[in-house]
Structures are given as structure tokens and as C-alpha cells.
Ligand binder design. Structure first.
Ligand SMILES: Nc1ncnc2c1ncn2[C@@H]1O[C@H](COP(=O)(O)OP(=O)(O)OP(=O)(O)O)[C@@H](O)[C@H]1O
Ligand SMILES: [Zn+2]
Length: 725
């Protein structure tokens, strides 16, 4: 009787055997419901076996095999197995992460979605000629008539005024296209490529269809997106699928719209964690069945099955959100490169500020390099200047120079952005007489003052309370918010420039995707004069009328302990500065600092990413940090710090007994932010010059660790290639 091996979402590094009387090879890659413990679990059949690993008499039978959708193909199972192996995570947890919940539950899922191809019908042609009175419906029809049919209904809806699509269908102005032969060509008038863009597109296409990793290093505003779209167009024309990864889909509604407009006849599937279950499952099945042409999504989209895959694009490849920080701690960018190699297709990693790992690969010719030095529209890069604030009197953190520059922009009707990467009104409330500060009771962090809704809030665990009127410790009524966040700058700017429309753009102002899109629309429509924003404003946006970026409070990150801190700061400032002067008007970036001579700022002022990268890599080489070594971090947490540290000491002893030459094992230490949500955290760092040596060791070590009995209250996880050390 056939036995199936099932990957189940349990924290154990093994698969489970079940009896399945009617199973065959064709069921490998299918979801199943199986009995587990006293309940039922959902899993994935990863193999068929002739004999069980356990006593056959104890085997239970599967409850149900989901056969409505095609099984996941062997290359997908290999991908899941690779992620489990490389990140040392249980295969069942990888599967649980990679599959949409609806599919995994073995619900009835269908890939069918009503997204027909449309064309202008006879009634529509008549309406265009009849000289009717203007209406929304007619405006949409006229706009469509400028383009080449057919279009997907979703693509029509994504256009300006696209809400009228239902109306057009009811009137018969739009009808289903006669033949479902998606002329997958790009639609609309394409911009002429710049010489650099053209050279890049040609170089990548000329290199052929096989595997190759590319770094597309293009300055901010150089038109990397246009390069992606041209490459995608070519792949679609060849009947291949394109996978496009972006760091946060909530930050890129414009990109989705741009892709949908460019490829109006293509089936575009979005995959990200913000989708409802049904939509995510449907998109996944469309990708799996080969019907989707373009899959656009955040890191989890790297797991979309793509039978016709021809190209992978990773936009803003340096972005930290590609690395999952909980559960299976995978890097979608690194998995994307592995996948491209596995499938024999090119992968393009794009950024104005590549991660130093990627930059180093390109310099050492493991990755092919394409550089865009010029902006696509603007004549120049913005002028970057430091404002030395050491002897200046600041008004709520704003220097006279920055204020004058903002005033000038207001006069000229241009937009300014004040960048401060700290939300809230002030980072802490404190009492000047007794020294009390608003500490989070559950974390080693302060409660942040939010004046907008009069709350004290922990940005780590979410714990919150009202703002006290007097010091809880000594009763003094003179307690004060100390330091500055975006709300405070926003309030002061509104006082300084009463005639200006000040708009704050941070996670508090844009809690939902809809709020975020509304903010972006307001900015694009010129409905704001001064923006106050966090890193949300730094990524990928293109507002041609924005000509000034003022940076406040950046020095705080200059001396952070993490060896990646300078890299992150440089990337962030270069990205946010890159929002200035992207259109016809020249841009200016003013950085308020007490260290105007700091090399990081000097390289930034010259837009010299390469010089900065060389300097940083030099430092990393002498310290033996990545990319010159490879790291793994074992973290443990428990209600008491001693328990976490004790576990790590034990793990360290086990490691030392089995350690090969060349493995460096550090001492367990409390994490920098030791306490989080009532748990105390500690970490143990391992390092080796060769990845293979580290990996081989980790496999043995993890097997030992899984066998240790630990206190119920203790949790531990391994993080391979950790971003924070
Ligand atoms: N060949 C071209 N002709 C005209 N306009 C172009 C061309 N290529 C790009 N653009 C325009 O230039 C602007 C910047 O392009 P895009 O946003 O793709 O830059 P980017 O390289 O992704 O920048 P960043 O890294 O800052 O996000 C956009 O408004 C885009 O429409
Ligand atoms: Zn907290």
C-alpha cells in the first residue's frame, strides 16, 4: 500500500509518513489533510515511499488529498527543500510559509478569475463618432481608443477613470475580444530610451536566456523601472513568465499600475501578505497553471510556481525587507538568485544603492554589472550640502539655512521634504525634577509620545497608555516631551509657514494601503507644499515638483554599533536625497549635522557610492565581516535572561565539541535591545570564511540542538546571514 511523506507545519525537522491507498506519483506536490495528534493538520506530499520509517502498524491514513489544482512541480519542491536546508528550518514550516493559507488548507481553490480580454465593440465605435456629451464613460472610451486593443478588464480598471469599466460593458461599448489571443505586446506610446538604458537592455538581452546574475546599478531617477519593463516585454513576447519582486507592495501601488498599463493584455498577478486569502490562493494557482504572465509581489512572491519562467527582477535589492525577520528567516533576494540559477534564467538586481554584498559580487565579477550614471529626465543629480549645526541656534531642530531654503521653495511653488526617521511627537516623556522617563514596562525601550492622539506608545511591543498630567514618580506637573519626532517637526513647520500645506507621511499617517495611496495621490496632485516623512518617503517615489530634501537627525545613526549601520545610513540618505529634482527643476539636499567632515557625508555629497563602498569594504575586510566571512546567529529568549544565556552557553559547548578548524564561535551576549514584549533575549554568533564550512557545521549542530530538552518557556531560532548583529 502506498505511503506518502508529508511536510507538516510543526517545528520539527522531519516529514511524516501516512497511508494513502489511492495515492500515486501524480500526487507528489499536492496538499493533504492528515490526522495529527488529536486533531487534523494540513500539509504537502513531498514524496512517495514503499516502506515507512516507523512501525507500519502505527501508520494512519490521510483524510483528503486536494486534487482540484495541479500539483506543485518538482522544481518547486526542490526550491522548498533548498530553503529548508540553507536556513536550517523545518521543511513543513517552509511549505507553510510559501503556500497561500487557502491552498494549504486544501480548500477548494480555483485559479479561475473573471478577467476577460476586452475590445471596443460596434456600439463603442458608434459612440466615439456620435459627438455625445462628455461623460466619464466616454472619456474612458476615448482614452482607450488611443491605445492598441485588447485589454484585460483589470488593466482597464487600473487606468485613470477606470471605475467606469462596468458602465462601458453594460452599454456594449466594450465587448469581450473575439479571440483570446493576448497580443502580449506593450501598449501605449513608449518613451525613447536614453543611451545608457538602451545599452543596458541590449547587453542583458544579448547575453541570452541562460542563468546570469546582473547588478543594475543606476543612480536615483535613472529609469531602472523602464529597463525592467523593456526586459519584461521581450520575455512576454517569447511566451515566458516574469517574476518581479519589490520590497513593499504597500509602497508601490504606482508600479502595479504602471505594469498593468504597459502590458494591458497580460495577466498580472499580485502576491503579497496584504491580500485576502482567496485572492492570494487564486493568484498562486494562476501562476502555477502557467496562466499568469507577470507575478509582481513582495518577498513571499519568490515562492510563486512559474512553469514558463523567463526572467526575475528584484527592485531595490538592498532593501532590508527582503529578509524575513521571524519564522523562516530567508532572504528573498538571495533565494531569487538561487532560483534563477536553478531554472537557468537571468536575474536582475536593481538599486541606486546596492547592498555591499551585491556590489562586491559585481566587482569581483561573479555578477555582471550594468551602470546608469545619468538621470533619465533631470539634467543633473541634486546638489548635496551639509549644514554645520554645531554653533547654530535651532528652532525645534530646524536650522536657519533649512528654513530659508523651505521658504524659497514655497515662494516658487515647489515642494520640500523634511526627512526625519523617527515617528511620533517625541521619543520620550521625562520629568526634569526627578529624572523619571516613560519606559515601556515590557521592553528595554522608551514609550514614544504621540500627541496627535494623546498616547504614549511602545514602537516595539505596541503597549500604550494615556499621557500623564504629572510625573508618576514625584508628582511634578512639569513633565516634558524630550527630543523630536515627525509630529513635532510637522507642528513647528505649520506654525512657521501658516500659508503652507504641511503633510506628514509616516506609518501613523498611512496605516492602511488605502490611506497610503491617498497620501501619494495628494502629493502627486500638488496638494502639499511641505512633506515631513520617515523612510517611507525615501523609497522609489517620483515627484517631479519636489526640489528640496532637508535631512534632520541623521547623526544619531553615525555611531551605531552594528557594522551595517553606516551602509544603511548611506543608502537611506542617498535614496531620500534622490527624491529631489527628478523632473525639469534642479534639486537640493541639505543635511543638518555636527560632523560635516565625516567621510560618509563627504562621499554622499559627491554622489560617490563606489568610493563609499570601497571604504566600507576595506573596513569589513580588516575586521573579517561579511561579505568576507559568513555568519549565523543563534538567538534565544525566555522570561529570565539567565535561562536564555544558559541555553546559549550549552549550545556553545556542543558547538565547540564539533567545531571544524576555521569556525569562529563567539560568546553568548544579551541582545542590544535585551527585553522585548516581556522576554529577555540573548544571542550567539558563529562565523566562518567559507560558506560551505559554516553550512556543514550548522547541519550537524542543529541536529544536536533539536535533540536537547529545553524549558517550556525557552524559545530559540537560528538566523543564517543575519542582517542585524
Ligand atoms: N527613457 C525615458 N524617457 C523619458 N522619461 C523616462 C525614461 N526613463 C525613465 N523615465 C522617467 O524618469 C523618471 C525616473 O525613473 P524611475 O522612477 O524608473 O527611476 P529609478 O531609476 O527607478 O529611480 P529610483 O532608484 O530613484 O527609484 C520617471 O518619471 C520615469 O517615467
Ligand atoms: Zn514595549
Amino acid at each position: 500500500m502506498p505511503i506518502v511523506r508529508v511536510a507538516l507545519p510543526v517545528p520539527l525537522p522531519q516529514v511524516f509518513d501516512y497511508l494513502a491507498p489511492d495515492a500515486s506519483e501524480a500526487d507528489v506536490g499536492r496538499c493533504v489533510k492528515v490526522p495529527f495528534g488529536r486533531g487534523e493538520r494540513n500539509g504537502l506530499i513531498v514524496a512517495l515511499a514503499a516502506e515507512a520509517d516507523v512501525d507500519p502498524a502505527r501508520l494512519k491514513a490521510v483524510h483528503h488529498i486536494q486534487r482540484d489544482v495541479p500539483p506543485l512541480p518538482p522544481d518547486w519542491l526542490e526550491l522548498a527543500a533548498f530553503v529548508a536546508r540553507y536556513y536550517h528550518a523545518p521543511i513543513g514550516e517552509v511549505v507553510a510559509l510559501a503556500l497561500p493559507p487557502g491552498l494549504r488548507r486544501a480548500d477548494g481553490v480555483s485559479g479561475d478569475e473573471d478577467d476577460p480580454l476586452l475590445d471596443i465593440g460596434p456600439a463603442g465605435t458608434e459612440a466615439l463618432q456620435a459627438g455625445r456629451r462628455p461623460s466619464k464613460a466616454l472619456a474612458l472610451l476615448q482614452a482607450l481608443a488611443q491605445d492598441t486593443p485588447p485589454w484585460r478588464r483589470n488593466a482597464v480598471r487600473a487606468r485613470e477613470g477606470g471605475e467606469a469599466v462596468g458602465d462601458l460593458l453594460r452599454r456594449g461599448w466594450l465587448v469581450e475580444a473575439a479571440l483570446d489571443t493576448p497580443g502580449r505586446a506593450a501598449s501605449g506610446v513608449l518613451p525613447e530610451l536614453t543611451t545608457e538604458q538602451d545599452g543596458t537592455v541590449k547587453a542583458i538581452l544579448d547575453a541570452g536566456e541562460g542563468f546570469r546574475s546582473w547588478l543594475l546599478h543606476g543612480v536615483t531617477g535613472s529609469g531602472k523601472t523602464e529597463v525592467y519593463l523593456r526586459l519584461a516585454a521581450r520575455m512576454l513576447a517569447r511566451g515566458r513568465q516574469v517574476l518581479m519582486l519589490v520590497p513593499e507592495i504597500a509602497l508601490t501601488p504606482q508600479l502595479e499600475q504602471r505594469v498593468a498599463q504597459r502590458f494591458a493584455a497580460a495577466r498580472i498577478v499580485s502576491l503579497h501578505s496584504g491580500l485576502a486569502d482567496g485572492a492570494r490562493s487564486r493568484g498562486f494557482v494562476q501562476a502555477l497553471s502557467g496562466r499568469a504572465d507577470i507575478v509582481l509581489g513582495t518577498r513571499l512572491a519568490v515562492f510563486a510556481p512559474l512553469p514558463r519562467l523567463g526572467l526575475i527582477l528584484v527592485d531595490e535589492e538592498h532593501d532590508a525587507s527582503y529578509k524575513q525577520q521571524e519564522g523562516v528567516r530567508y532572504s528573498a533576494r538571495d533565494v531569487a538568485v538561487w532560483r534563477a540559477r536553478q531554472r537557468g534564467v537571468p536575474v536582475v538586481l536593481g538599486s541606486a544603492t546596492p547592498s555591499l554584498e551585491t556590489w562586491y559580487h559585481a566587482r569581483s565579477e561573479r555578477y555582471a554589472l550594468q551602470v546608469l550614471k545619468q538621470r533619465a529626465v533631470a539634467a543633473t543629480m541634486p546638489a548635496v550640502r551639509c549644514i554645520d549645526v554645531r554653533r547654530l541656534k535651532l528652532d525645534e531642530g530646524l536650522s536657519p539655512g533649512l528654513q530659508a531654503a523651505i521658504a524659497q521653495r514655497l515662494e516658487r511653488g515647489e515642494q520640500s521634504l523634511v526627512f526625519l526617521n523617527r515617528r511620533g511627537y517625541a521619543p520620550v516623556l521625562s520629568c526634569p525634577s526627578c529624572g523619571w522617563v516613560s519606559r515601556c514596562p515590557h521592553c528595554s525601550a522608551n514609550l514614544v509620545v504621540h500627541l496627535a492622539d494623546r498616547r504614549l506608545r511602545c514602537h516595539h511591543c505596541g503597549c500604550e497608555g494615556g499621557i500623564p498630567h504629572a510625573c508618576p514618580s514625584c508628582g511634578d506637573q512639569d513633565i516634558k516631551p524630550f527630543g523630536r519626532g515627525t509630529q513635532r517637526i510637522e507642528a513647528r513647520l505649520a506654525e512657521l509657514y501658516p500659508q503652507a500645506r504641511v503633510l506628514r507621511v509616516d506609518r501613523d499617517a498611512a496605516r492602511t494601503r488605502r490611506q497610503w495611496e491617498a497620501l501619494l495621490d495628494t502629493i502627486a496632485a500638488g496638494g502639499a507644499d511641505i512633506l515631513v516623512g520617515t523612510q517611507m518617503m525615501a523609497k522609489g517615489h517620483d515627484f517631479p515638483n519636489l526640489t528640496l530634501v532637508g535631512v534632520v537627525g541623521a547623526d544619531a545613526s553615525l555611531h551605531a554599533a552594528d557594522f551595517r549601520a553606516p551602509e544603511r545610513l548611506f543608502q537611506q540618505l542617498m535614496q531620500v536625497g534622490g527624491r529631489a529634482g527628478r523632473g525639469a527643476l534642479p534639486g537640493e539636499v541639505l543635511i543638518q549635522t555636527e560632523y560635516p567632515e565625516h567621510p560618509l557625508y563627504r562621499h554622499l555629497a559627491r554622489h560617490d557610492f563606489d568610493a563609499f563602498a570601497r571604504m566600507e569594504l576595506q573596513a569589513r575586510r580588516s575586521a573579517g565581516f561579511p561579505p568576507f566571512s559568513h555568519q549565523a546567529m543563534l538567538r534565544a529568549d525566555a522570561p529570565a535572561l539567565d535561562d536564555a544565556v544558559e541555553f546559549l552557553r550549552h549550545a556553545r559547548r556542543l558547538a565547540a565539541e564539533h567545531a571544524p578548524d576555521g569556525l569562529r564561535i563567539y560568546d553568548p551576549v544579551p541582545m542590544r535591545m535585551t527585553r522585548l514584549a516581556r522576554r529577555e533575549r540573548a544571542q550567539l554568533l558563529l562565523e566562518a570564511d567559507q560558506r560551505s564550512l559554516l553550512q556543514a557545521f550548522l547541519t550537524d549542530w542543529m541536529a544536536l540542538l533539536y535533540r536537547q530538552r529545553t524549558a517550556r518557556e525557552l524559545r530559540w531560532q537560528l538566523d543564517v546571514d543575519p542582517l542585524e548583529v
